[in-house]
Design a protein around this ligand. Structure first.
Ligand SMILES: C[S@@+](CC[C@H](N)C(=O)[O-])C[C@H]1O[C@@H](n2cnc3c(N)ncnc32)[C@H](O)[C@@H]1O
Length: 273
């Protein structure tokens, strides 16, 4: 008998975790996919949810974002094989399984309803722990073993937070996790504004508000204003893997005004490593 599928029963920002899952699983199914991710396929197949009806045709850009962060993590783990990765707003991301070196530690911090769904598919272990709380509550830092090298990943999270809240969070991390690295992604101002007006991505899905949008050229000055003592701030452009957006991307990337308005991946660190 077929196993009944599970209704994710999510709304608002937690529901957005199903979007990158859809991109990763779809990409992982392709023979020419950029991501090997059997967990995403397994999880998507187990969910009773109209992915195309909500999110349309998956262009793969969110799979590319995940693959790029995987690359950054693998590189970091080469230098810090016993390090701790803290993933804020991790949703149903199976990144810990994709980059696992058998020694690293992982702490996943997400809202209670999101962690509850995550644990149906990716149960915590001794090395991979879960915390059901807001990333905006700096109490999660008490639960992070900061005697190890730490890298904080916030994939698909900061755009859903108020800028003032991100500023406070970065300052708390700078004070209490000196030396830690940070990886996060941003969306451009135009996308943020459209969501504030009420953007329907498809006729069946209205995006939640994304209060924080930022142009690429404003990222470094904004971060330095928010938080003194940050190390090098690096921009990691990522492009959709295929289709019309992939064809148009090089043109946009070569044109300042357009380049400034592309989604972006950023790495930095709190002081010196
Ligand atoms: C777009 S999803 C990204 C999920 C995952 N990082 C990925 O890329 O597949 C946004 C995630 O942020 C989480 N989230 C939203 N607000 C949060 C908060 N204040 N603290 C922690 N997580 C939050 C949601 O529950 C959801 O899992």
């Amino acid at each position: 008998m077929p196993v009944p599928k599970l209704s994710p029963d999510l709304d608002g920002v937690p529901e957005t975790m199903l979007w990158p899952l859809y991109h990763r699983a779809t990409e992982a199914r392709r023979p020419d996919g950029i991501l090997h991710d059997p967990d995403s396929i397994r999880i998507m197949d187990a969910l009773d949810y109209d992915f195309p009806g909500h999110f349309g045709i998956p262009g793969g850009s969110l799979a590319m974002r995940a693959a790029e962060i995987d690359r950054i993590l693998v590189q970091w783990l080469e230098d810090h094989p016993d390090g701790l990765v803290v993933s804020l707003g991790e949703g149903l991301e199976s990144q810990s399984r994709r980059v696992d070196n058998g020694r690293m530690r992982w702490l996943s911090v997400d809202l209670p309803q999101s962690i509850a769904l995550r644990e149906r598919f990716l149960p915590p272990t001794d090395r991979f722990r879960h915390l059901a709380m807001s990333a905006l509550d700096p109490a999660w830092i008490d639960q992070a073993d900061t005697t190890r090298p730490v890298l904080v990943v916030a994939q698909g999270l900061f755009m859903y937070l108020e800028p003032q809240a991100i500023e406070l969070l970065l300052r708390a991390m700078a004070t209490r996790m000196p030396g830690a690295g940070l990886v996060f992604d941003t969306v451009p101002v135009w996308l943020s504004r459209l969501t504030l007006f009420g953007l329907y991505w498809t006729p069946g899905y209205r995006l939640p508000r994304m209060p924080w949008g930022i142009g690429r050229s404003a990222i470094e000055p904004t971060l330095r204003r928010w938080c003194s003592g940050l190390g090098r701030i690096q921009i990691h452009p990522y492009a959709p893997p295929r289709g019309r957006p992939a064809v148009l991307h090089p043109f946009a990337a070569a044109t300042f005004l357009l380049r400034d308005q592309l989604p972006t991946l950023v790495t930095t660190q709190f002081g010196e490593a």
